[in-house]
Design a protein around this ligand. Structure first.
Ligand SMILES: *Cc1c(COP(=O)(O)O)cnc(C)c1O
Ligand code: SF4
Length: 696
């Protein structure tokens, strides 16, 4: 049996029979099995048997159980179905199995290709080349597993021809050779063979060892030749009952392989091949073995445990992940101790669920005097220190830590580094037509939850014409209008004087002055020009309604949205010469703490029908524009008493001093709320919206 090219001769067979008989084998049984599944072994492998039925015996000597297997089928992997050309299996996208030999030095009793090996003549080289032709024509194939049988049953010259043909294929990157030869006939591995193989690098060899007893001085010498030739060595092991289904045996095998520069690659669950049922182990055995390798010894000794089937190889792994919750993963280590590990996506709203908020940032823009050359009303919207401090103190008294965050150009860095769980936002924004949306946008980018309306709503509510377009679309009345982008535009003939001219994207009556109300084309032109130049933005021209004017504040969300006591703006106190609307003069010059006149009536005298029409319009507007937590809506009646939405403020002022007449605050005070109640209502509405738990 020293010539691996030949079938065992009669003499050799007799010699083997003698050896087996001496060890106590029943030769009749062996003969019976051999008729169905050929037998062949090597003198070397036979010499490794210590006693009848040991792991080496079991792998190589026929057993009666092989012909008493009523369960399994000949081709459980359905390889025939993935054979586009004889001797080639193409089952995975980028790699194929090329069968170059039908023979092996030894016929393993558990072989997956038991139906084939040893029964047919050696595969003709023309057929091998035809199969290689398939690879040449399939550029998606970048990896070939040269297998069989055992490819090293071919002569050195044939092996070289095959490798040369394969290496000439430009798209083929990896050549692997699957062989059991170093295990069953290590003498076949010669320096000459290694020198041939190494010409065609990168070459990987996947070897097949199943038991520590197979690692001998002879096989170690063979492995050294291959490793020294720079061939990457891996091993595949089949999990076999009575051979290696014991963690101690398997760990020993893995360690010995690594010492011989062979990296364990796969442990296969024994396939459901007819004739091998007696070798099968429960899948749990493999899992138990994997648990004994991971962590207990070098990661180098750790293969993948796989089940092969018609769908391909499936890795089976011990369960190290015990639970995955939104904010953490619970794992066990190799000693079965439990650990938690925080999730990576800690920032999404879902992950914040139930999180306790303890540190709150207050984002604001501090009011300052307009400098020389700046518009006098440039900072009209910004908040004073009194307001900012009042908010901060309220939040602190409720048990939170606070951080003041001025929303200037360093805001992103400041808020990112402030380590806050939440931001209470009153920042009006410093630049650009969508400036009120900037702080929300930055906070969303950083995944920090915040109070008040979001990016889109803040941007839309600051843009009067867009806001009116949306209201129109939804059938919510708003005065008819036209947008002037330049002063050459002609007035829409449908619009009726008097008209009001406003900057398109300002809040708090900014840019609306007493003479913004015009009665004729020439003053219209003047006012449009003033806005175009002075505010660097389009002018909104809107029909003036001459009915009563109301401001309606809303607080909360969804089912718990409250319409607060309304405010009627009383223009009767305005001095002679000032028109009856909310101009900058009316709002800021005459309405300051030094002025004793109170222009706001809260609550106003309203017939129930009007009250309910106003409430309905306000709520519909709030929802339609996507407002949350709090907002203020200005409504004016037309001559027929129909409420029309003039403006929406998604970031109404929160000045605590009642004399300052922050209209939102005024409505709350009328209801009997304290300033603390107001701020905490907004805060808690927002926390609830994010499913954040509050600290009270
Ligand atoms: C195992 C196998 C391969 C190689 O798969 P890898 O997971 O890359 O080792 C290729 N083709 C077939 C048919 C196979 O069974
Ligand atoms: S060497 Fe591989 S192909 Fe040959 S009999 Fe053993 S398991 Fe089957």
């Amino acid at each position: 049996m020293n010539d691996n090219e030949e079938e065992p001769s009669k003499d050799n067979a007799l010699a083997v029979n003698d050896i087996l008989k001496n060890m106590g084998a029943d030769l009749d049984h062996i003969e019976k099995v051999k008729r169905r599944y050929p037998m062949k072994t090597t003198r070397y492998y036979l010499s490794l048997i210590k006693e009848m039925g040991d792991p080496i015996w079991k792998q190589s000597i026929p057993d009666l159980d092989e012909i008493h297997d009523d369960f399994n089928v000949e081709d459980p992997l359905k390889e025939e179905e993935h054979t586009p050309v004889p001797y080639l299996v193409h089952k995975y996208p980028d790699r194929v199995l090329l069968l170059v030999s039908s023979k092996c030095a030894m016929y393993c009793r558990f072989c997956t290709r038991k139906r084939k090996v040893g029964r047919i003549q050696q595969i003709p080289m023309e057929d091998v080349f035809r199969a290689i032709g398939y690879i040449e024509e399939h550029p998606e194939v970048r990896d070939v597993v040269v297998s069989g049988g055992d490819p090293l049953m071919r002569t050195d010259q044939e092996i070289e021809e095959i490798l040369k043909r394969l290496r000439a294929i430009p798209h083929l990157e990896i050549i692997r050779i699957g062989t059991r030869m170093p295990c069953v006939q290590p003498q076949r591995i010669t320096v000459r063979l290694a020198n041939i193989i190494k010409k065609y690098h990168p070459i990987f060899m996947n070897l097949h060892f199943n038991h520590p007893d197979e690692i001998t001085p002879e096989s170690s010498a063979a492995l050294r030749i291959l490793a020294d030739a720079g061939i990457s060595l891996g091993s595949q092991t089949v999990l076999l009952k009575g051979v290696n289904d014991d963690p101690v045996v398997m760990v020993d095998l893995m360690k010995r392989l690594v010492r011989n520069r062979v990296r364990p690659y796969y442990i296969y669950q024994c396939d459901l091949v007819k004739g091998v049922e007696h070798f099968r182990t429960p899948v749990e055995t493999g899992i138990k073995i994997m648990k004994q390798i991971q962590g207990h010894t070098s990661g180098l000794c750790l293969p993948h445990f796989v089940i092969d089937g018609p769908g391909g190889k499936v890795p089976i792994s011990p369960q190290y992940v015990k639970d995955i919750t939104p904010d953490q993963i619970i794992v066990t280590n190799f000693l079965d101790n439990l650990y938690t590990y925080p999730g990576t996506d800690r920032s999404s709203k879902k992950q914040l669920y139930n999180k306790k908020v303890s540190r709150i940032g207050v984002a604001f823009n501090l009011k300052r005097e307009a400098e020389k050359g700046e518009r006098p009303d440039k900072y009209a919207e910004f908040d004073d220190l009194e307001t900012i401090n009042a908010i901060r103190i309220t939040i602190e008294n409720a048990g939170y830590e606070t951080v003041l965050l001025e929303a200037d150009q360093d805001f992103l860095v400041k808020v990112r580094d402030a380590n806050v769980d939440f931001v209470f936002n009153i920042a009006e924004g410093i630049h650009g037509e969508s400036r009120e949306s900037h702080v929300p946008a930055i906070l969303e980018m950083l995944n920090i939850p915040y109070s008040g309306s979001g990016v889109l709503t803040q941007a839309i509510t600051l843009n009067k014409s867009r806001k009116k377009e949306i209201l129109n679309y939804h059938g919510i009345p708003t005065p008819r209008f036209q947008l002037f982008r330049n002063n050459h535009q002609r007035l829409d003939p449908n619009l009726r004087f008097p008209l009001i001219v406003k900057p398109d994207a300002e809040g708090s009556s900014v840019g609306i002055f007493n003479d913004s109300l015009v009665e004729d084309l020439s003053s219209l032109k003047t006012q449009v020009n003033k806005v175009l130049r002075g505010y660097d933005q389009p002018a909104l021209v809107e029909e003036y309604l001459d009915g009563r004017e109301f401001t309606i504040s809303l607080l909360g969300n969804n089912g718990s949205l409250r319409v607060l006591p309304m405010i009627e703006v009383d223009f009767d106190h305005l001095p002679e010469g000032l028109r009856r609307f909310d101009s900058y003069e009316a709002k800021w010059i005459y309405d300051n703490p030094d002025n004793v006149v109170d222009p706001l009536i809260c609550p106003p005298d309203l017939k129930p029908k009007l009250k309910s029409a106003l409430e309905k319009t306000a709520k519909r507007t709030f929802y339609t524009l996507g407002c949350v937590d709090f907002a203020r809506i200005d409504i004016r009646l037309d001559s027929g008493g129909v409420p029309h939405v003039l403006d929406v403020n998604a970031l109404p002022g929160l000045m605590p001093n009642p004399m300052h007449n922050s209209r939102f605050i005024r409505s709350c005070y009328t209801l009997g709320m304290t300033y603390d109640d107001i701020i905490l209502s907004i805060l808690h509405a927002a926390l609830k919206r994010y499913n954040l738990s509050m600290n009270v």
